[in-house]
Every structure is written in C-alpha cells, then in structure tokens.
Design a protein around this ligand. Structure first.
Ligand SMILES: C=C(O[C@@H]1C=C(C(=O)O)C=C[C@H]1O)C(=O)O
Length: 391
C-alpha cells in the first residue's frame, strides 16, 4: 500500500526513499561479496580437513563463534535471535558445501548435470525439494516430472534419469506408506535425504473468496496433514489428484470461483493462483523428509555425519523385534526411526524399516548387521548417506 502511495505522490526521481534505498542496495551488494568470501574460505577449510582427516562438523567451534557474534552484536543493538537464525543459515550452507566437496572427492566423481525425477508437474513440493537438493549438489539439473511415486522408481530403475526424489515422512501425517512399500521391491539405493518445511496454502483463481469455495483439489497427503483445518469446512468436496501441482493446474484451467487447490505459494504463482489461507497444517512445524534414490550406492566419508537405512524381517516368535533392537543397543547404535509395514502376500507378517545414526563402513555397524542377519529372517541395507539434519 505504502509503495503505491509514494509512487502516486512523487515522480520517480523525487522519491525521498531513493537515496536511502541506494545505500541499502550498496550495502547488500557488499554483504553478498562478504558471504561469497566466507564460502570460499569454507572451501579452503574443507580442503585442509581432507588433508588432515578432520571431521567437517565442529559443534564447539560453531557454539563459540555464534556466542561471540551475539555478544559483539549487542554493541550494535542487534537482536540475539536474529543473529542466531542468520548464522544457522550461514553455517548450514558452509557445512553442506563442505560435505558436497568431501563426498565428491571421496566418491571420485563430480556430477555437473543430473537428471532427476520428481512427483510433478512443476510447482509441487517434490519439485521444490528437487530444486533445493540439486542446487546443493549439482551445477545443472534436467527435471523430469512423473505422475506417481511408482513412475519415479521406474524412471530411475530403467536409467531414464540419474536420481529420483520421494517424500518419505511428514511431521503432521507420519510415514508415506506407498513409498515404504515401493522400497520393499526395489534394488535402488538411498543416497541422500532432504528436509523441507511445508507451508500449505489454499490457492484459488483471482477474485475468489473463501466462502465461495465448494471443491478443493490436492494430493491425498496435504489433506491428511490438514484435517483440523478442513473440519472447519465440512461442506467442501475433496478431490484427490496425482500431485499438488496437477491440482493447481486443474484449478487454473477450470477458472471458476468455487474451486481451490492445496499446494505451495510458489507453485500457485506458476499457475496464476492467489493465496487465500496458509500455514494451517495440523503441526505448526510441518516438515517433509525426502529421500534421493539412485541405481548405485555411494560411500560416505567418515568425516561426515552419516545415516544408514535398513530393511529387516523378523520371525513371529515372541520378542523377535526386541532381540534385534538389543543388538543395536549393544553396539551403541542410535536408531532415529522405526517403521513397520505389512509384507505383501504374507498376511500378518511385518517388515521393519530402521534409520540408524552412523556409517555403514564402520566396524560396529558391520558387526551389528552381521548379528542382525543371524537372528532375523532377512536384512537388507537400503542405503548409507550424509545426514541432512544439520541443526
Ligand atoms: C568452517 C568450518 O566448518 C564448519 C562450519 C563452520 C562455519 O561455517 O563457521 C564452523 C565449524 C564447522 O562445523 C570450520 O571448521 O571452521
């Protein structure tokens, strides 16, 4: 509003904000140059770490650095939380950059262009996750939108793309069972993970108001994540689509005032839709964790925090799962997730998916897996990959 007022009142050259904005623009350019210099230093740091075999992460150094900056910031009346948040992003970028460089050296390859399959078309959450992952790992990406999770698996399996990205769990709706079930049958490997904050929006055509809506389109997942909010609109007809972006595409094409889609803001812009409501998932912190699949497993450097995901089938005798978990405890291996899924064709039998903290190549992980194999019916490693949870 203010923007229009100024423009209407003053001709462009007389705008009293201009000199101040010029100064801010110049400062921001300088800030960018400093950030680029900091990044270049992170590259030097990781090269030194590679030579000296030092872990990428140094939590104590980070703690002292941020504490000192908060103290120094007080002199300039900079808010503590502001500095904390800002440096969380800066340090995360530095750590992920170092991990990428280290992993490329460790696996002796640099991938410039990667073909990645995601649940599309463009504008879906998977598309955002894919772009974020690609931005961190590759110079260029060829995007391949698929119409189902199964289609993504097949694209990677057939070699049509290098990687596939899939959602695996969400803080509001829990595990994405279809993806777990597809993992049971594949020979693909998990080579990475990525957590993406999800802000669901009600997206509608221009001039639509909330009270005009009677039909809402989206992928089943957002509906599951927003049940509390949807209870306020019991008259809405819910229509499932292949993806949030195909839902937006549909609403845009229909161009009617009674329809809306649930999806993300950027996707909405792509399809010319406006945001009527947002941030209404059951959990305030609505985060989806994605996994990245490839035909070939990767090696994770011991200088990087790693996660290992296994698939395990126990017998039906009493205490079978407890015995398996005791093996992990005895080897001091932390389990970050345990998920059970039925086995197709074998009613009442369960398959367990387990996320473990640690590198597959370590002796303790190898020994634990060997022991697990001897007391269970089946153990398969789905992948070992750098952990994405920096903070
Ligand atoms: C840059 C370094 O690597 C990591 C990143 C840090 C940073 O960006 O400030 C600090 C400590 C490390 O976790 C370092 O070790 O100094």
């Amino acid at each position: 509003m203010c923007h229009y007022f100024i423009q209407a009142k003053y001709p462009m050259t007389d705008n009293p904000l201009l000199p101040l904005r010029d100064k801010i623009t110049a400062l921001d350019k300088h800030l960018l140059e400093l950030l680029a210099q900091r990044r270049a230093l992170s590259t030097d740091v990781v090269n030194t770490k590679i030579e000296a075999n030092i872990p990428v992460r140094d939590i104590e150094r980070e703690r002292i650095l941020v504490k000192t900056l908060i103290e120094q910031g007080k002199k300039y009346h900079l808010d503590e939380m502001f500095i904390q948040r800002l440096y969380q992003i800066i340090i995360e970028d530095s750590v992920l950059l170092q991990q990428r460089i280290l992993q490329e050296k460790h696996n002796q390859h640099t991938i410039k262009t990667a073909k990645i399959a995601f649940l599309g078309p463009k504008g879906s959450y998977s598309h955002s996750a894919m772009r974020r992952y690609a931005g961190r790992h590759f110079d260029h990406v060829e995007e391949s939108g698929c119409s189902s999770f199964k289609d993504i698996f097949e694209h990677v399996e057939k070699g049509l793309v290098d990687y596939g990205i899939l959602p695996i769990e969400n803080t509001s709706s829990g595990s994405i069972n279809e993806v777990y079930d597809l993992l049971q049958k594949t020979d693909l490997h998990i080579i990475g993970e990525l957590s993406l904050p999800i802000d669901h929006c009600i997206l509608a055509n221009k001039h639509t108001t909330l009270d005009q809506i009677d039909t809402v389109y989206s992928h089943p997942q957002p509906f599951q994540q927003c049940t509390n909010f949807l209870e306020n609109y019991p008259h809405w007809k819910i229509v499932y689509c292949d993806s949030t972006s195909s839902a937006m595409e549909m609403v845009s094409k229909l161009d009617k005032p009674n329809v809306a889609a649930i999806g993300n803001k950027d996707g909405g812009e792509l399809y010319g839709l406006q945001v009527l409501e947002h941030n209404f998932a059951n959990q305030k912190e609505n985060i989806t964790r994605f996994i990245i699949l490839a035909r070939k497993a990767i090696d994770v450097s011991d200088q990087v925090a790693a996660k290992t995901t296994i698939l395990m089938k126990t017998g039906q005798q009493a205490g079978a799962l407890v015995d398996a978990l005791l093996v992990l405890r005895n080897h001091n291996i932390v389990m970050t997730k345990l998920e059970s899924r039925p086995i197709h064709g074998n009613p009442w039998e369960e398959m367990f998916y387990i996320d473990l903290q640690g590198n597959l190549a370590t002796l303790k992980m190898q020994q634990a897996l060997k022991e697990l194999s001897s007391i269970t019916l089946f153990v398969k490693v789905l992948g070992c990959y750098p952990s994405d949870s920096i903070f």
